[in-house]
Write a new protein. Structure first.
Length: 204
């Protein structure tokens, strides 16, 4: 999402277009926001100085610096980010990433909340791009009863051990099904678990 030009992070990030600014955590406190931020760039001290010297940053404490990264705790009087998130009724999901005047962030929302936020962005005249949507799935309903039973038996009997402690035929006998049915059920159930863990789980 393109940031309004009157926000201090827009000014600083466009002054260092090759840098990546991350808001690691932040909370509004009265008329200020207390934040911890990270900057990754070829000259982190110069970028950190630009943050420290900006008029909207009223307190600054450098926590860590090396050749490519600086981390600092600071207070800023600018709170448009929190107002924007508050208006959307969605809590911030840190870290929030800023590069060259643009903000990139993840959000967890129901379909209705997602649509309301999109409508709010459109109504506010924000320029934004939706990069991806990952639809979550309840792990309790991830597998069918048969898939859960089959995977449970296969796991208990050692079918997934390396080396295997039982054969597919032995799993099929335990389930009172033929080998092809057991094989297909194991593959389908395993695929669902892997998809949830590697794709959906990684987005949480």
């Amino acid at each position: 999402m393109q940031l309004p030009t009157d926000i201090w992070i827009h000014e600083v990030s466009t002054s260092f277009p090759e840098a990546t600014f991350k808001l690691l955590t932040g909370v509004p406190l009265g008329d200020r926001a207390l934040e911890v931020g990270e900057i990754t760039t070829a000259d982190p001290e110069a970028a950190g100085d630009a943050v420290r010297e900006h008029p909207d940053v009223v307190a600054y404490d450098r926590l860590y610096v090396d050749e490519q990264r600086i981390i600092a705790r600071y207070e800023a009087v600018e709170q448009q980010l929190y107002e924007f998130l508050g208006d959307s009724s969605l809590p911030p999901k840190f870290p929030v990433r800023f590069e060259n005047g643009a903000m990139e962030f993840d959000m967890i929302a129901t379909r209705d909340q997602f649509e309301l936020m999109g409508a709010g962005l459109d109504a506010g005249g924000y320029e934004y791009e939706l990069l991806s949507i990952v639809e979550g799935r309840n792990p309790e309903t991830l597998l069918t009863e048969r898939q859960r039973e089959c995977l449970t038996v296969a796991l208990r009997e050692g079918y997934f051990h390396v080396p295997r402690s039982c054969t597919l035929a032995e799993v099929a006998d335990q389930l009172d099904v033929d080998k092809s049915t057991a094989s297909e059920t194991i593959r389908r159930g395993s695929a669902r678990v892997l998809e949830w863990f590697l794709i959906e789980g990684s987005s949480r």
